[in-house]
Design a binder for this molecule. Structure first.
Ligand code: ADP
Length: 422
């Protein structure tokens, strides 16, 4: 068994986003958390290695990315996809430029592309400028991001500041004319010594026209949008079998540590549907060392009758008062730890279909469950697929998990997710 496409993502939810797009375009995909020690858990066409390298020191991001590259090459990957954020999140030092440069050197390739375009998500690139909806990146709010402020929307300039390779542009007039025109422009740019070309794309049609022109590049760097045009190069077309997971079984539960508005509505909807729900009080968690055990004792007798919900989800005023008492970081870490222990306890009690709400909460739960690889299934709502994973907490056996970050999903997500699995 060898994979075709090997992907390196610079954060966890971005990896899932990419995996989801590849599955929808017809690939069978496993996402790994960090660089795995073992071979992939399933027979797949693509693997997405999720790193947490977006804002770490450039030399660390390079080292981790090269380790991922070596593992993917050993698994047979013939093309490498470096995935970053669709808002091109990076600091003045990187890490998009340094990682791209290091991957090019390791792969011995002198040319690649860069485009965060993801039209389905309102990210478009025109004349090298990145738009978020109707706004330039630098006017979209991203100019004030706490870790990666993006104050320039011109991606050629932004990327050139991060790399020694010459950066060029394949503009929309070329992309609109399709594969032959793109290939011709690539040849011209190469002759001019350009190593990385930013590519315009304002629609999915642009990305689908770009796809075939990338077929023989050893390295592609992009947001998740470009993924829709690559599986066809391998003779793959959208099919329901790409998202097929092992059959579901076991008990059902939801753990929610997200306080985003969509999650608040989802919690209210679940409670209104008369399903059992237990609210965790962060202040109680901080003083009662039995709080986790009590939550599990509450859940255990209810599980046989259908899904239960354990949540810390609260309104902004309640969250603020907890943060004022405990500190923002300490409150977050404590709630995440408690929910992760509860998730593990639920799985140890037979839960095999688990929905987790919250990006950070999901990271904590995946770690506590002892999950290192996720096979990606069909999406429940845009950006949130069911996944199947081997988990230490399940005695090394399989479990279905859906990891829902913040504002994703319809109001009835917590109920509908289980229906979608059947
Ligand atoms: P989202 O995807 O909605 O941003 P995350 O899980 O990433 O959700 O982040 C939510 C953060 O808020 C986590 O660190 C979580 O532990 C913390 N948190 C959850 N509930 C509460 C609460 N009631 N009070 C204070 N902090 C909370």
């Amino acid at each position: 068994m060898t994979i075709r496409l090997g992907c390196i993502a610079d954060d966890f939810t971005g990896a899932t986003d990419l995996a989801n797009n590849l599955v929808r375009a017809g690939m069978r995909v496993v996402q790994t958390i960090g660089v795995p020690k073992q071979p992939p858990a399933a027979d797949v066409d693509a693997i997405v290695v999720a790193l947490k390298s977006r804002t770490i020191a450039p030399q660390d991001a390079v080292a981790q990315s090269l380790e991922a590259l070596r593992w993917l090459q050993a698994e047979g990957a013939t093309q490498i996809y470096f995935k970053y954020c669709s808002t091109f999140d990076s600091t003045a030092e990187g890490n998009i430029g340094p990682v791209t440069e290091a991957l090019m050197a390791a792969l011995g390739c002198d040319f690649t592309i860069a485009t965060p375009a993801f039209p389905d998500n309102q990210r478009t690139v025109f004349k090298g400028y990145l738009f978020v909806g109707d706004l330039l990146l630098s006017e979209s709010g991203m100019q004030k991001h706490p870790l990666t402020p993006m104050t320039d929307a011109n991606l050629v300039r932004v990327l050139q500041a991060q790399t020694r390779r010459k950066v060029g542009l394949i503009d929309h007039s070329v992309v609109a004319r399709g594969e032959a025109a793109i290939r011709e422009r690539v040849a011209r740019l190469r002759a001019d010594g350009v190593g990385i070309a930013v590519v315009d794309a304002v629609s999915n049609d642009d990305l689908l026209r770009l796809g075939p022109a990338l077929a023989d590049l050893p390295l592609v760097t992009a947001g998740s949008g470009v993924a829709i045009g690559l599986p066809a190069n391998l003779g793959l077309a959208p099919t329901s079998t790409a998202s097929r997971l092992p059959p579901p079984g076991g008990l059902q539960a939801v753990v929610s540590g997200s306080c985003s508005q969509a999650t608040q509505r989802q919690v209210a909807n679940f409670i209104a549907s008369k399903r059992p729900a237990l609210a965790l009080d962060p202040l109680r968690l901080s003083t009662d060392s039995d709080a986790v055990a009590k939550a599990l004792a509450w859940a255990e007798p209810l599980l046989a009758d259908g899904p239960v919900l354990v949540y810390s989800t609260a309104e902004p005023s309640a969250v603020k008062s907890v943060q004022d008492r405990l500190g923002v970081e300490a409150a977050g870490a404590m709630v995440e730890r408690s929910l992760a222990e509860i998730a593990r306890g639920l799985v140890e009690r037979g839960v095999r279909q688990l929905v987790v709400a919250g990006g950070e909460t999901s990271g904590a739960c995946v770690q506590a469950l002892g999950i290192s690889q996720l096979q990606i299934g069909a999406q429940i709502d845009p950006g949130v697929p069911w996944c199947h994973a081997m988990a230490d907490a399940a005695g090394g056996k399989g479990l279905h998990v859906a990891l829902k970050s913040g504002n994703f999903g319809t109001d009835d997500f917590f109920s509908k997710a289980f229906g979608a699995l059947e």
